[in-house]
Design a protein. Sequence first.
Length: 94
Amino acid sequence: MLELTKERLLELFGKIDFFEFFTSEEKETIASLKSGMKGFSNGEHIIRQGDTDSAVYLLLKGKAHITKKEKSSVVINTLKAGDIFGEIAFFSKR
């Protein structure tokens, strides 16, 4: 897992439509919440099919591939910066 600096997070926030209507102060507050921000390396799993998770993810940079557990070599969808995922596991607790 990669460490993201506050400055880097603020830079990334400026490139994501999700943060368009956030004030500078709100972005600063979110960037200061280190415990909620995680970086991942290329090829690293973020969440696996069937896992329960206590987070909703917002992709700030790069791409994430969605695959099935049974056929991890088959890409079902590709997420890009600004996409949100993990909300089903988070809200349904499944």
